[in-house]
Design a protein around this ligand. Structure first.
Ligand code: DGL
Length: 261
């Protein structure tokens, strides 16, 4: 089983990408909807939640863990890699690798939650590979609630996206990393507002490619995962709004089990 967790509903973009890229694997997803958002919380709090989420997924039989949440990936990866022996993947490294491949002028833009942006993790990983890169990051705290309201195609959302992206446009970035689980759902508006010449890096697609490569290179792990196409979805709180966004993301009605962990 591949275990995937997020602060809530946004990580379903990663589930969707993995289902598209490597269909058939058994997946267990945990959305920590009782504690969402993570993006406004302290690093210590997010680390604590991440450990609880991983423990839950391991109890369900996960043999590989994917941290779908950019915020948890930014602040909790170092700690959880130290603590667990199972393969654990975060979404930052694959997105950075794709961004480095995609960029011609090494002018990068990054958008994410406040916690992700203030962690500086994307800058650090880009600079490690490309010391000459110029990186401009913008925290976009209003985008997660807009997506959760289902305001994907509203004029107001387009105006807010435009306002957030303006400083990146001025800097003439050529590659923009969507550093948050929710932003793939706003891809069309983001592309329109940043301009069609800017390449968007969708971390959900990048991580699905990383998992595909890892499983091809590690048949011993691959064999342990189970390939009956089972998708088990757990959340720590269920709301009608959550169900609506989940349906929008996975394009089907799905059943969730609510668990207190
Ligand atoms: N999942 C979070 C992320 O990717 C966004 C929502 C939140 O703040 O919890 O950063």
């Amino acid at each position: 089983m591949i275990g995937i967790f997020d602060s809530g509903v946004g990580g379903l973009t990663v589930v969707r990408a993995i289902l598209e890229k490597i269909p058939g694997y058994d997946i267990v997803y945990f959305g920590d909807t009782a504690h969402t958002p993570y993006g406004t919380k302290s690093g210590q709090t997010v680390i604590g939640y991440s450990i609880n989420n991983i423990e839950f997924l391991l109890r369900q039989g996960a043999k590989v863990i994917v941290i779908a949440c950019n915020t948890a990936s930014s602040v909790a990866t170092a700690q959880v890699l130290e603590q667990y022996a199972v393969p654990i993947f975060e979404v930052i490294t694959p997105a950075v690798a794709h961004a480095l491949d995609a960029s011609a002028n090494l002018n990068f833009g990054i958008i994410g939650t406040r916690a992700t942006v203030s962690s500086g993790i994307y800058e650090k990983k880009i600079i490690e590979n490309q010391p000459k890169a110029r990186i401009y990051s913008v925290a976009c705290p209003l985008l997660v609630p807009l997506v959760e309201e289902g305001w994907l195609n509203k004029r107001e959302t387009a105006m807010i996206v435009k306002k957030y992206l303006q400083p990146l446009k001025t800097r003439r970035i050529d590659t923009l990393i969507l550093g948050c689980t929710h932003y793939p759902l706003l891809k069309t508006i983001i592309q329109r507002k940043i301009g069609k010449r800017v390449q968007l890096i969708d971390s959900s697609i990048c991580i699905s490619e990383t998992i595909e490569t890892f499983l091809a290179d590690n048949p011993d792990v691959d064999r342990q995962l189970g390939q009956s196409g089972n998708l088990s979805l757990f959340v720590s709180d269920v709301t009608d709004q959550f169900k609506k966004i989940a349906k929008m993301t996975l394009k089907t009605n799905i059943k969730f089990e609510c668990v207190r962990i």
